[in-house]
Structure formats: structure tokens, C-alpha cells
Ligand binder design. Structure first.
Ligand code: KG4
Length: 337
């Protein structure tokens, strides 16, 4: 089954064709980074307007790259939640029209589940595993029992980890997108120059929850008080010390979740999964199987949407023309022991 995937949840306008949930025939991602760089962040209204202009050519390119005509497509999958509502609506409206015009089945897909699925495009991965979804909008630790059977065990109680990278980079003018800029600068810095604080969550919080707003604020507003005596207050050192703490916060909870559940396979996804320190630290775990998607499948893309969409379509799921978009993270089982 050849599925056309469409992804417009934020600032990437993406289309892909994937066969039987695994074989990527094409994967086109048109990024709007240059349009949002001057604002140091994504401007939702600009993002949705650009999607309306780009969606048709991007889908055309995806078909061309796959060597297919639109009549060769068997079904359509589209991200319809969560994300920027205006941006989502462009993809959903296009997908509906495309499917309706060609008489094809189509299905709405959850962006978070799609990110977690991304690594499955590259290799066979048995269930269960611990999913680590780290992006600009979400930070989720979950138990994944099947492509659609996901129990959220922990999440950020405030900012997403990617948001912290982006805001620190924006404040210090490190560059845009923030995560990439911090990662690059950090490679030249001393990660022990600043000793930034770790969040201490109240007893009532879920044991695998994380928090990033305290770290973000400490780095932005109070960095000097965390400088080690004798260490240099340089951009490289700020980036390296912040990144070290940001990754630490995540790994502490991730490894605790693995220990408590006895599940020692970790599958990561989302833009922050491209972070070099995170990849290195997780890979150092000798007693755990660790799977990161290739860099091209970490960020937003439509191959992951077509890939997971295939499994819904195969089991008979269909959406009707009333399918809507939603900005919210929902529909997950939350199991807080
Ligand atoms: O998954 P994604 O492309 O979009 C969302 O769905 O949010 O993730 C974007 C996020 C941004 O916050 C970006 O700064 C971050 O991923 N990011 C990184 C790296 N590359 C992208 N964060 C840390 N290190 C990186 N190398």
C-alpha cells in the first residue's frame, strides 16, 4: 500500500510516499526556517500562510521523487494533532481534498505517535520499548506497547526541552534554530564552567515528569551566580553547561523509568533527538538497546506520518470529511503509578 503522508503541524511543509509502512519512496521537507529566523521563533500566522503556498508544489515534488502519479497512491495520512492550529488546518484541508478527488481512504495521525514511529522506518523494532519524544513543543517519556498503544509515564510540567534550547539561544543570540546553534557552540565549551540547577519536583508530581522553565530562567536571568570560580563566562561555556544540565534532567528520568519497568529498549524521536550530547550519553548505556532515527527523520517529516498511517489504514481505520485539527496533546492513556 503506497501512502501519501502530509505534515504541516509547525514550520516544516512536508510530503512523503511510504510503501507498507517501511519503504520510503520519497521524503520532501520544505523548511520555513529562513522566514522565521528574523523573529527568532516560529510566527504561527506566517507559518500557515506559507503552508498554503507550498503544500501543492511539495506534494508534487514528493510524487515526482517517488516516480509516481497521483493515481498510483492508495491512501493518504495527515498530521491533524497536536500543533499550530492554522498550520495543521492547511495540511488537513489539502489531504481531504486530495483524497476526496481521487476517491482514496484517508486518516488523521497524531504527530507525537508519528515521531515515536520514525525509527521504525529504518529497522524492525520489537515492542515494548520506552519512547523518548523530545521536540520543540513536547517532552514525553512513555511506554510503547504497539504503534498505537502508548502510555505516557512522564512529561514536562512546563516548557518542552526544545523550547528551553530555543529560548536560551534566542536570549544570547546564538542563532536559529536554537537547538542546533547550542549544540554547535557547546562542542567548543566547558560543560562544567557553570553549575546550573536541577529541578526538584514536589512529592506529588509524577516520578518521571521533568521541568525546564527553572533551568531556562536560571541560564537566562541568573547565570553569573552559577559560574564556577575561575571559569570563563563565554557563550561556548554557557551553551555547553546548559546543554549538559538539560540532557542530565532527561536522562535521570529516562533511566529510572527503564529500571522501574524493566524495559531496556529505548527509542527516541523528535527534533531534540538530533542533539549530539543526548545521542552520545544514551549510546553509552551498555546494558540497554538504544535506537535513534537518522537525523533526517528526527525533525518534522511526512515519512513518519505515512509510515504510521499505513498501520491505521491496514487495520481499517478511516476518517471522514468531518476530520478536524486540534492543537492539543490528548487521546493517550496516562498511567501515573
Ligand atoms: O520535532 P521538531 O522538528 O518540531 C516539533 O515538533 O517541535 O523539533 C524542533 C526542536 C526545536 O526546539 C529545535 O531547537 C530542536 O528541536 N533541535 C535541537 C537540535 N536540533 C533541533 N535541540 C537540541 N540539539 C539539536 N541538535
Amino acid at each position: 500500500m503506497k501512502v501519501l503522508g502530509i505534515e504541516t503541524s509547525c514550520d516544516e511543509c512536508a510530503a512523503a510516499v511510504v510503501e507498507d509502512g517501511r519503504k520510503i519512496l520519497s521524503n520532501r521537507v520544505a523548511t520555513q526556517i529562513d522566514w522565521h529566523r528574523q523573529y527568532n521563533g516560529v510566527v504561527p500566522e506566517i507559518a500557515s500562510r506559507i503552508h498554503t503556498e507550498w503544500i501543492r508544489p511539495v506534494v508534487r515534488e514528493a510524487l515526482q521523487e517517488a516516480g509516481l502519479k497521483k493515481e498510483d497512491i492508495d491512501a493518504v495520512a495527515v498530521t491533524n494533532r497536536p500543533g499550530l492550529i492554522g498550520s495543521l488546518l492547511v495540511g488537513v484541508s489539502f489531504a481531504k481534498s486530495f483524497a476526496y478527488a481521487l476517491g482514496l481512504p484517508f486518516v488523521g495521525v497524531d504527530h507525537i505517535r508519528a515521531h515515536i514511529y520514525a525509527a521504525h522506518l529504518e529497522r524492525e523494532i520489537p515492542y515494548p520499548y520506552i519512547g523518548l519524544l523530545v521536540s520543540g513543543g513536547n517532552t514525553i517519556l512513555c511506554e510503547v506497547r504497539d504503534f498505537d498503544d502508548i502510555i505516557i509515564r512522564g512529561a514536562t510540567i512546563d516548557d518542552a526541552v526544545g523550547e528551553a534550547f530555543d529560548k536560551v539561544a534566542k536570549f544570547y543570540g546564538f542563532g536559529y534554530p536554537g537547538g542546533v546553534a547550542v549544540d554547535r557552540l557547546a562542542a567548543k565549551g566547558d560543560a562544567d564552567a557553570f553549575v546550573f540547577p536541577s529541578p526538584r519536583l514536589y512529592k506529588g508530581n509524577h516520578p518521571y515528569d521533568v521541568s525546564y522553565s527553572g533551568l531556562k530562567n536560571a541560564v537566562i536571568n541568573q547565570r553569573r551566580q552559577f559560574l564556577r570560580p575561575g571559569a570563563a563566562d563565554t557563550p561556548e561555556n554557557i551553551a555547553a553547561s546548559f546543554q549538559k544540565r538539560a540532557v542530565d534532567i532527561l536522562l535521570k528520568k529516562l533511566f529510572r523509568l527503564c529500571d522501574d519497568t524493566g524495559i531496556n529498549r529505548i527509542v527516541a524521536g523528535g527534533g531534540v533527538a538530533a542533539n549530539s550530547l543526548l545521542r552520545k550519553k544514551v549510546a553509552e548505556q551498555k546494558n540497554r538497546e538504544v535506537i535513534f532515527p537518522s537525523l533526517s527523520l528526527c525533525g518534522d517529516n511526512a515519512a513518519m506520518v505515512a509510515g504510521i498511517g499505513y498501520h491505521y489504514l491496514k487495520r481499517g481505520d478511516r476518517d471522514g470529511l468531518q476530520l478536524s485539527a486540534s492543537p492539543r496533546v490528548d487521546g493517550f492513556r496516562k498511567n501515573y503509578p
